[in-house]
Design a binder for this molecule. Sequence first.
Ligand code: SF4
Length: 377
Amino acid sequence: MSLNHIRPWRNIYRRKSRQIMVGSVPVGGDAPITVQTMTNTLTTDVAATLDQIQRSADAGADIVRVSVPDEASAKALKEIVRESPVPIVADIHFHYRRGIEAAEAGAACLRINPGNIGSKQRVREVIQAARDNGCSMRIGVNAGSLERHLLEKYGEPCPDAMVESGLEHIRILQDNDFHEFKISCKASDVFMAAAAYQQLADATDAPIHLGITEAGGLTSGTIKSAIGMGNLLWMGIGDTIRVSLSADPVEEVKVGYEILKSLGLRHRGVNIISCPSCARQGFDVIKTVETLERRLEHIKTPMSLSIIGCVVNGPGEALMTDVGFTGGGSGAGMVYLAGKQSHKMSNDQMIEHIVEEVEKKAAQLDAQPASATQAAE
Ligand code: SF4
């Protein structure tokens, strides 16, 4: 249960945005901040794409984006949408026909910039297809592909140019009386993206899709995303997020969740609190945490586990976690349940034992009425 009323320094006041639907998933308003990723398989390879979508959904993805670069991909999309466990966003660039085909194929949302698809008539046709098929849209401004007239006006990509681009695309949709859209303004430069998102947050009430684009590999991209998106989320900006990594989409989902988890904005699975370890450790903390992360991947219930090397910080951390283990002497440590010292356990049986205790606690939390746990979401 959330204790933020007695810990006001943990509160984040979310920007008030209006809510849209991406298929069955609400985005914006008071809906939970959703986590997205994007497939990197050939869309025409339906089996491989669905496999990636399924793995991403298992890791917690609420929404998955799929590229639709050609007509064959739009055809494949129909099958993908039918089998997918989560709503699919079709990624469209320039070609308005792909947008219409994707909407007809059942995409829940089109990622498309209406200013880039040509004549007013074409824009109208895409909007009509979206409307007819219950499909929302995402305007995706990217510092790397700003319109020429804005680059000429501003001299180089900058937050003002990005926001102006976004507002121009918004106007086109509004002029066509289409309001089911969200918007992103991504840049690989953290400062530029953060400044652009802050301006955008003031300029529109549309739900905001956050992202630091082309952030890099798993480690560097995670850090960049956590700094950029973390700051914005902390300010209350962002209704849905995508971490862009040169890595498996499943990693993007995991990192996205970790960012939300560290800000208390979303909870899923076991939040492991562990010490870095040092000469005082009563067991191998690093190896244990690595193993437990793997062994506890299947737990979706929000809960916490502390794995601490010794009594310097162990009992204190265990006070605030559902299950805890603190290293001691003679090859054994102490197990804590619900913050209280419970029983001793030998190091060599500890992993199996902790997995059992966590599974037991998860089952117990799952059995509680929703009202007791929903505060955590
Ligand atoms: S909790 Fe103990 S083992 Fe872990 S880093 Fe601190 S002093 Fe070292």
